[in-house]
Design a binder for this molecule. Structure first.
Ligand SMILES: [Zn+2]
Length: 135
């Protein structure tokens, strides 16, 4: 499990959620086990279920939606959808100034000869007009 510096807080949050999930699953399994071996609880559950099933169905639907949204957000899909326009324009300008990354693929360019670069992915050619600065 690789933890990058930028995602430490998310990882700790994920850890917390994971621990809660384990606890919840354990409790649910324990309740289910009790339900299987306790006839009184079976009767109680069947009468209770007939009363609360609409609410439980709606709650389960909401839960699935929230979990799906959080998963998408953690994977960065929503952030990408929201932030794409301004960031891609800014990145494009930055890449033009110091062209060592393909503006189309965001991958490092391979130096073919002095002043000529090629993208490893899309095979586009680029000229680096900037003089090389030796540090
Ligand atoms: Zn490319």
């Amino acid at each position: 499990m690789g933890i990058r510096l930028s995602s430490v807080s998310i990882s700790r949050y994920t850890l917390l959620v994971g621990a809660q999930l384990v606890v919840n699953v354990t409790l649910a399994l324990w309740l289910y086990n009790e339900y299987l071996h306790n006839p009184f609880m079976q009767v109680y559950m069947s009468s209770l279920w007939s009363m609360i099933w609409p609410e439980v169905t709606v709650a389960a639907g909401i839960l699935v939606g929230v979990v799906g949204s959080l998963t998408a957000y953690n994977r960065g899909h929503l952030r990408r959808l929201i932030k794409v326009p301004s960031q891609s324009i800014a990145q494009g300008a930055a890449n033009l100034a110091t062209i060592d990354v393909c503006p189309f693929c965001d991958l490092p360019l391979k130096t073919i000869s002095e002043g000529r670069l090629q993208c490893r992915n899309c095979r586009r050619y680029f000229k680096s007009n900037l003089p090389k600065v030796s540090v």
